[in-house]
Structures are given as C-alpha cells and as structure tokens.
Design a protein around this ligand. Sequence first.
Ligand code: DON
Length: 576
Amino acid sequence: MRSIVCTRIAGALLLVYSTIVAAARAQSAVAVRGAPELESKRGVVACVERRAAEIGAAVLAEGGNAVDAAVAVAFALAVTYPEAGNLGGGGFMLVALADGRTAAIDYRETAPRRADERLFLDANGAVDSQRREFGHHAVGVPGTVAGLAEAHRLFGTRPWTELVAPARRLAADGLVVQPALAAGLAEYAVDLARFAASRAQFLHADGTPYDVGETLVQADLANTLRWIEEGGAAPFYDGPIAALIAAEMAHAGALLDARDFAAYRPVVRDVLVARFRGHELLLMPPPSSGGIALAQMLALLEPFALRERGGFDASARHLFAESSRRAFADRAQWLGDPEATAIPVEQLLSEAHLAPRRASIEPERASASAEFGPPVTETDAGATTHFSIIDGAGNAVANTYTIEERFGSKLIAPGTGFLLNNELQDFNPKPGRTTRDGQIGTAANLARGGRRPLSSMTPCIVRRDGEVVLVTGSPGGRTIISTVTQIVLDVLEFETPLAAAVARPRQHHGWFPDQIGIEQAFDPATAEALRRLGHVVQLRTRQGDAHSIERDPASGRLHGVADRRTEGWCAAPTGE
Ligand code: DON
C-alpha cells in the first residue's frame, strides 16, 4: 500500500516534469523530453524508470537505433531499478527492423550443468522453499550481458562503450533515490541484509535502507560496468566477474561454477508469428510460454467476434477467462526448454487442436479447470520489467528481462555489485507432484544441467502490412500472459486507445487455481456478473506494468504510454 501511495504522489509530481539530460557522450549535451505519455516522430522509449528512459532517448537522439537504445536502457535499469533491472538475470528481446528483419533473442538463464530435478528437494524429498527463494542455490547462469552483446553484434550501430558508459556513470556518481526504489528497499531490507555484499550496497551501516532523496552510489557495480564497457561480455563469462561469482558459490557449496559461465550462450530464435484481425503478432517462442499461450487465446477468441457482441464487458471477460483456462492447461502439460523437451508448437496452434477446445466454451457458464487435466498452480510473485522502444525509422524492440523475484535471490557476490537471480525457481519444484493449490510437477519443465526454465515473459510486437503498429509486454509471472493478451485484445479487437487499454483493470485466469484474479479497480458489477456465470473471482492488488508504444504507419507518429501502476516514464529526443 505504502508503495502505491508513494507512486501516486511521485507520478503527480513527475507529470509536470520535463527535462534535459546530458547525453551519453560527454561533450555533446543531447536534449530529450519526457512524460508518462507522449508523442514523437523521432523515437520513444517507454519503461519503468525515468533516468533509464532518458538514457535510451539520448541514444536515439544521437542517431542510435532502437537496439542501441535497448542495450543502453537495459544497462541503465540495472543501476536505477535494481529490483528487476539487471546484469544478474536473463530475458527475451524481440526485434523487428523497418527493413523486415526480425529476431527473438533468448538470453534466459541456464541451470548449472551439475543440477538435476532434485535441485530443491531436501533429504526427505520435500521442497525446500528457502533454497528456492534465497541465495546461492536458486541462481542460474545470468544471460543478460551475453544477450545484450548479441543484440548489439547483430543490429547495433553505435559503439558498445557508448551504450554502457551512461549506466556506469550513474552507478559511480550515484543516483538520487526515488519513491519506488525507497519503498522496495524498505520492504526487502531484512532479506537483503542476509548477504553481506547486498547489505553493504543497499543499506546504511545501521541496517536502514536508503530513503527518498538520498544518493545511492554503487561502486562495485560501476567497476563491473567498466569491465563490461571495456571488454564486452568476456569479463562476465570468462573473466573476473565469473570468477567472483564462482568463488562465492563454491564458498556456499552451491553447484554453479566457472565452467557454467564459460558454457553460456544466448540463442537467436525465429520469432513465433500469429495472426489476429489482419495483424501479424511477433512473439517469443519457447522457453517462453507466453507466445504460444497468447496465440492460442487469441485464436480461441477470434471467431466469437467479441466486438460485435459488445464492449470489453462481462461477457467478453468470461470468454477471455475461458480461453486462458485452456491455454494455461496446455502450458503446464507441454511447455519447457525447447532444447530438452519436444514441444508440438504447430499442433498446439492448429485448428485441429483448438476447435474442440473452443467448442467446449459456453458463453453463459464457467467451465471447470479439472476438465482440462490434473490441477496445478504456481506462484507468480517477483520482479521483472518490460520496456518498449521504437525509433524514428520504425525499428522496434520489445524487451522483458528478470531476476525472477523482487531483488532476485537477494544475493550479491562480493565485488560484483549486482543482484543474482533466483530463476531456477521457475523449474517445476518436484517431479510428478502436481497439486490443486501448490505445484506443477510435469516433465516438460524439470531442472537439468544446462536447461532453461520455462518463462511466462511475453514481449510482443504487432505489425500491420509489414509495419510495426504496437509494442508491448509486462512483468507479473504467469499473469504476464494475461496482461499482454488483454492489451492486444483491447487494442486490436475493441480498437481501444492505447492509454485506456493499458489503464484498464486486468484479470488473470491461470487454469489452477480455478479462479479469476482481478485488480482492485475492476468494475464490481462486472465481477458480480462473472460470479453469476459460475466463476470464483478473487481480488489481487496489482497486475502487471506494461510500458507500451503504438505507431501510426501513415504518419510515422509514435505514441508512448507508460503504465501508471508504477513510476513508468516515456522519453523521446526533443523535437516533434
Ligand atoms: O520468467 C518468468 O516467467 C518469471 N521469472 C517472471 C517473474 C516475474 O514476472 C515477476 N514479476 N513481477
């Protein structure tokens, strides 16, 4: 609650704020402007944090493309938004260039090669939740630095050093703590204090967290960023950073070692393409579950012609929940690391598979999740962040990256200055154990050496007639898929303006638990109507954080919309 109140106040102050920042390069001051919502023809960055957005816009102003800006924003968020922005995690970057080229860069973390499916089981075979959540054992090989280097190698146009330097300077010079960071540090101070380097970085000597207005200097992080600035990904995977982390892991008796770092590779995959209402959706293939699930949901919904039936009302929300229920059942059964699990992608998206599932949807009555297989649930607390970028030439990036929970494993390896993920938690915790209110234990997503855990991250780029018209994505664990699908549905089916689509209260049905989660601001009458149809409807605090951009192909005009659930911000080069 406290963080929501702080966010609101800060949001109101920031509304009237417009700024000029020093550019990435020392000599030339590059002007950028910003607001939670803005229009521009010169490029827009929409992300969770103002300074990172400004750094990205400065790269665009200097002639960098959307991928250059994405690299700079991702490094900057590792400094300004440590609860999810990261060097110690992983993610997915979707790229769609104006010349038609596309790529899905998979920089998801991998399990240590010595890991197996008993990773989180204690001597009695029970799941050790502490081990899954905190510290060394939950850490996968971070993919972020390798992924950003790969994106830059493939598509970048500006020198690498120029894209890392602004983040390094922010870490070295210090940043003035804003309400969102202060609230996060206060909430997690006790957990961060468990690890000496994390405590030293984020808490005062007396154990109190940095507060609003104080300057947070992250000297070790600045040093790490300097290594990366000068040496690219090599120092991280084959040099001092890998060595520091491996030493810390060995000290704690954890499996991750220097060989795991040396073996890490990002994977450039073909984007998953789906079609809906004359649009082409570019999505992330496995190990994201989001692309397939979103494509399934829209394919299930399209013949219902929701718009002709009315607005985004209770009837549409019911059908949306029914499509979610079916897609999430498939997700649990089939999806995992494509290198380790045979995933029948084409079949899952085929009419042969979807038509009977669609036929089982009743417009006037909720079905039961148990009809679609054994029960499961999984937790979705944690921290991830998404940013969207379109440059003036129409090149687009949708990037979602994560350290899994807020502040990840809470562990900083001494000398490195950045939080490590607890992404291995995304593997199914216990083989064969699939419960109504607890865990998934299906074979498709069990821990094995080198495997990538299944993810729900769903970066999404929409094109019409070959031109980008929308970029979106969100954090939120499994609810990510529901958030992104809802926005795409709202914009493409109901032709809702983007700002209203992003603001609209969200819902999530994840198959199990068999219920619709709704946000606080959800219309009570609609919730009641859903209950009358037989749904269990449960209030949640907040769902997602979807910083999005739309583009008018005729004029090239961009419209950035930061999600107001956080301190989200859009920045653009000055000028029209
Ligand atoms: O990859 C995934 O699906 C999860 N690790 C994402 C976690 C998440 O979104 C938490 N954010 N709020």
